[in-house]
Write a protein that binds this ligand. Structure first.
Ligand code: BJW
Length: 251
C-alpha cells in the first residue's frame, strides 16, 4: 500500500478561510468513502467497476428493466440508511457555523451532510431518501420505501422511482441556478472528493474560477481541476477537513 500523503496545510489557505465572508463547497462521493459508501469511479472499489451505469442509472434502463434498477437502488438505500457521517461531514457542518454565507452543493444522494448538521445543502443529483412518481403530471413523492419489489404510486398507480438524477436527465433548474450563483459569488470555493467529470456539476468550480474566486481541491488523486486550483490537499477528506477547521478557528 502507498504511504499516506503527508499532511500540510498552507497558512495562506487558513488566512483566506478565516477572512472569508462567503464560502461555497462542492462535494462528491469521496467525502462519503470514509462512511463506507462506495464511490462511483475508483478503479477497484467504485460502483461503476462492478455495475454498468447504462443498465442502472439511466431512464432507458428503468423503462427496460424497472425491477432490476429498483432492486439495485433498494440495496443502496439500505446501505446509506445504516451509514453514519464521518469527520469530514462534521467539519463541513462546522464551517457553516463560522462563515456568514455558506452554501453546500452536493452531488451525493446519501443525506449524510444533513445527518452531520449541515443546513444550507443543495442536492444536485436528488436524494436516495425519497421516491417519486414516474408520471410527471402526478407529482407524488414519499420518504417511505414500500416493501414491494416495484412499488406503485398510491395516487395514480404509475411506477415509483428513486428521486435521483440519472444520466441524460436535467438537474432541477432552480437548484442548478442557485448552485451557479453560489459558485460565482463567494470568497473561496472548495471541491471535495469528486472526480470532476460529471456535468454540469463539474463546471461549477470553473464558474468560481472565472469570477476570480480561489479554488481548493481536496482529493486523494488530482483531477482535471487540479491545475487551476490555488490549493490542493491530497489527503482523505475525513482526515484533512477537521485539521483545516481547527487550524482556522481553534484558540
Ligand atoms: C476521495 C476519497 C477520500 C475517494 N477523500 N477524496 C458535457 C460533456 C460531456 C457529457 C455531458 C455534458 N453535459 C452532460 C453530459 C452527460 C452527462 C455527463 O456528465 N457524462 C460524463 C460522465 C461524461 N451528464 C448528465 O447526463 C447530467 N444531465 C444533464 O447534463 O442533463 C442535460 C443533458 C442531457 C443529455 C445530454 C446533454 C445534456 C446528469 C448527471 C447525473 C449523474 N448521476 C449520477 C447518479 C446519481 C444517482 C445515483 O447515485 O445512483 O450521479 S452518476 C454519479 O456520478 C453520481 C455522482 O453524483 C456523479 C459524480 O461522481 P463523483 O461524486 O465525482 O464520484 P466519483 O466516484 O467519480 O469520484 C470520487 C472522487 O473522490 C475520486 O476523484 C476519488 O479520487 C476521490 N476520493 N476517496 C477524498 N477519502
Amino acid at each position: 500500500m502507498a504511504d499516506a500523503h503527508p499532511v500540510s496545510i498552507s497558512d495562506k489557505l487558513i488566512q483566506l478561510l478565516r477572512s472569508a465572508r462567503s464560502l461555497t463547497v462542492l462535494t462528491g462521493a469521496g467525502i462519503s468513502a470514509g462512511s463506507g459508501i462506495p464511490t462511483f469511479r475508483d478503479s477497484q472499489t467504485g460502483l461503476w467497476a462492478k455495475y454498468n451505469p447504462q443498465e442502472l442509472a439511466t431512464p432507458e434502463a428503468f423503462a427496460k428493466n424497472p425491477g432490476l434498477v429498483f432492486d439495485w437502488y433498494r440495496w443502496r438505500h439500505n446501505l446509506v440508511k445504516q451509514a453514519k457521517p464521518n469527520a469530514g461531514h462534521y467539519a463541513i457542518a462546522a464551517l457553516e457555523k463560522h462563515i456568514p454565507t455558506f452554501t453546500l452543493l452536493t452531488q451525493n444522494v446519501d443525506g449524510l451532510h444533513q445527518k452531520a448538521g449541515s443546513k444550507n445543502v443543495i442536492e444536485l443529483h436528488g436524494s436516495l431518501q425519497r421516491l417519486r412518481c414516474t408520471n410527471v403530471h402526478c407529482g407524488y413523492t414519499t420518504d417511505v420505501w414500500p416493501d414491494e419489489p416495484l412499488p406503485h404510486c398510491p395516487v395514480c398507480d404509475a411506477n415509483l422511482r428513486p428521486d435521483v438524477v440519472w444520466f441524460g436527465e436535467m438537474l432541477p433548474i432552480d437548484l442548478l441556478k442557485r448552485a451557479v450563483s453560489a459558485s460565482k459569488h463567494c470568497d473561496l470555493f472548495f471541491s471535495i472528493g469528486t472526480s470532476s467529470v460529471v456535468e454540469p456539476a463539474a463546471s461549477l468550480p470553473y464558474e468560481a474560477l472565472h469570477a476570480g474566486v480561489p479554488v481548493v481541491e481536496v482529493n486523494l488523486e488530482p483531477t482535471s481541476l487540479n491545475v487551476y486550483a490555488k490549493f490542493y490537499c491530497a489527503n482523505p477528506a475525513a482526515e484533512i477537513l477537521p485539521l483545516i477547521v481547527s487550524a482556522a478557528w481553534s484558540g
